[in-house]
Ligand binder design. Structure first.
Ligand SMILES: [Zn+2]
Length: 379
């Protein structure tokens, strides 16, 4: 009951299967969306027009340069699509998928590449979230992205992450959705109720300190707490073996960024002329959009994270946590057994700078404190 009523407060129920299907079907109708192809610009212009039809969005075709390489026939200026929904402040949440596609079985440059699941599904998901979330004003700014150059080596996301770092964008979270509409393999494996969220470990060098794993853990917790139909399966790795995604350049520039991907990929269709809309599970894609959206809704209104977290180390049967609080911000405390990867308990503690958890031994748990709705900060 509680979960159902919490979800009812979310806009995510307005996610439209029909609109997702229309977007993916249109994008898959281009012969290819290879970043070097003339169709890429057509698809990008079409995508930009879709965003322009949404009231309140500022749309940009962001140009960047790609250089001749194995998968690029010539040096070229290309574009990707950014749409910004300004909030009351300049903290940013970014959600995207990649617009480009590729055929790696036929001719790389000219082969038919419908790319319905990889990754019209992710690009369509971001557009659908923009349509729904633009209906109200959020505290923070939302940026929706249709990346390009992904299949040539994360070129568009690298260009954007470097630009964001250079321009000092205050990005709290990047949600990259890459292949989020396939629920079935040719072998009959099936899962239409979970989505994988990959997250890299914090940079041990300290050069690019990001908390992507805490973002991922928060998304998993939020989906459970809000009772979304699809649940998160955390994968505590950067990405799949030997493969990459648009979240990684953001990690490398010090931003929290995770990758959403369906549980079962079908390798026989990926990067071929068979990555077609008929294989997309539309309900599954819509439910994955909802998981993104409940996380974004929460993060988009969250106060600033607590700082100077401390654990009282004196011997006690209770656990006392203190932190530096910001006036007017309410906090939530989280804890879990040390062998658990997901938050097991949480408590809203209000606008305070400390809490004592009675009967909870600090020796047996991991703890975190977050501004209500924000990414928890681990101790
Ligand atoms: Zn992809």
């Amino acid at each position: 009951m509680l979960a159902a009523s919490l979800l009812a407060m979310s806009l995510s129920g307005d996610t439209s299967v029909d609109r997702l299907k229309a977007t993916v079907t249109h994008l898959a109708s281009y012969h290819t969306r290879n970043t070097s192809s003339p169709e890429l610009l057509q698809a990008a212009n079409w995508m930009a027009d879709q965003y322009r039809q949404i009231p309140g969005l500022q749309v940009e075709l962001m140009p960047y340069h790609i250089s001749k390489s194995r998968r690029i026939p010539e040096d070229k200026e290309v574009v990707q699509v950014l749409a910004r929904l300004p909030g009351k402040d300049d903290r940013i949440l970014l959600v995207g998928g990649h617009l480009d596609s590729i055929n790696l079985r036929g001719d790389v440059f000219t082969g038919r590449a419908p790319g319905a699941n990889d990754d019209a599904s992710g690009a369509a998901l971001a557009l659908e979230i923009a349509r729904v979330m633009s209906r109200r004003k959020w505290q923070h700014t939302l940026v929706f992205v249709a990346f390009t150059g992904e299949e040539q080596g994360l070129l568009g996301s690298t260009a954007l992450a470097q630009r964001a770092a250079k321009e000092g964008w205050k990005i709290d979270a990047v949600l990259s959705n890459d292949m989020v509409g396939n629920s079935r393999t040719n072998d009959g494996q099936h899962d239409s109720r979970h989505v994988r969220v990959f997250s890299d470990s914090p940079d041990a060098s300290g050069k690019n300190p990001q908390r992507s794993r805490e973002l991922a853990r928060f998304i998993e917790w939020q989906a459970r707490e809000r009772g979304t139909s699809n649940r998160v399966r955390l994968v505590l790795r950067r990405d799949r073996y030997g493969r990459g995604g648009d979240h990684t350049p953001f990690n490398e520039n010090g931003f929290n960024a995770v990758r959403f991907t369906d549980v079962f990929e079908e390798y026989a269709r990926q990067h071929t002329d068979q990555d077609l809309p008929q294989f997309v599970d539309w309900g599954y894609l819509a439910r994955n959009a909802q998981v993104n959206m409940v996380a974004l809704e929460s993060l988009a209104d969250a106060g600033p994270p607590p700082t100077e977290l401390k654990l009282d180390l004196r011997q006690s049967h209770d656990t006392t946590l203190t932190w530096h609080a910001t006036a007017g911000t309410s906090y939530t405390v989280y804890w879990r057994e040390t062998a658990s990867a997901v938050w097991e308990q949480s408590r809203k503690v209000g606008a305070t700078d400390q809490v004592t958890l009675k009967g909870i031994s600090k020796d047996d748990y991991f703890f975190a404190v977050g501004a209500e709705g924000g990414i928890p900060v681990p101790l």
